[in-house]
Design a protein around this ligand. Sequence first.
Ligand SMILES: C[S@@+](CC[C@H](N)C(=O)[O-])C[C@H]1O[C@@H](n2cnc3c(N)ncnc32)[C@H](O)[C@@H]1O
Length: 253
Amino acid sequence: MLKAYLKYRKTRVDAHGLHSPFVFDFYNEIIKKSKTGIDGAIENLRATLLKSNTKIHFTELGAGSKKGNQTERAIKSIAKHAAMTRKFGGLLARLCEFYAVKEVLEIGTSLGIGTAYLSKHSTNSITLEGCKETLDIAQENFKKLNYQHIDARLGEFSNSLKILASEKRKFDLIYIDGNHQLEPTLAYFEFALNNSHNDTFIILDDIYWSREMEKAWGKIKADERINVSIDLFRMGIVCKRAGQRKQNFVVKY
Ligand SMILES: C[S@@+](CC[C@H](N)C(=O)[O-])C[C@H]1O[C@@H](n2cnc3c(N)ncnc32)[C@H](O)[C@@H]1O
């Protein structure tokens, strides 16, 4: 991870290094306006979750876990370790507003903080989670925020995606944030390609979290069906954008 970060610092650029008009706009509107997009109600909710000592039975399904294992976890610990940060929540809210993102899919709900940021400007959001007790809390959170346009689905990702594939939807944004292993990540990416349009944002969290994630990111940005990739170190954003010259941008954020 340190080696990857040093490489990112060496190669990242600011607006002067960006020659693609699409990425230049992305930089000015989404990256630079870092003070906007943060939501008071979502941050108040995060603050409450971060204080909660209530314990839930957490069903482990992701990378590095024994599938189906149950552990007791305090809500505050989940909020601290799994929830989208304020900085990246703001970034995704700005992106959704600027590009008029209406149809959202999130793979990995946790307590729903990321879902909330992604859904501030959406018309419909679908979010997938495998742990029932975690999803119950996320759904309480959506109620508290008065978000009624979120369809939260319980189940192992591969099963939920199979059902979703039969619905033949096209999303404007797909956020992949769970089960950070190579093969599953590539399978979620393949799903994303099949359920997206030319301008859909496919976003992956934790692209340097492990060797497997780094490898997955390497394959995704090299994929022939992708022309634009933006590396923010914490997150990777890719778009098909057929007709644009294939380029990878390492951007400072
Ligand atoms: C990092 S958290 C998601 C954080 C959330 N997107 C946010 O931004 O606040 C990942 C979630 O994915 C769930 N998960 C991991 N692997 C899964 C799988 N194979 N099927 C279903 N859920 C899974 C975990 O239970 C966990 O709640």
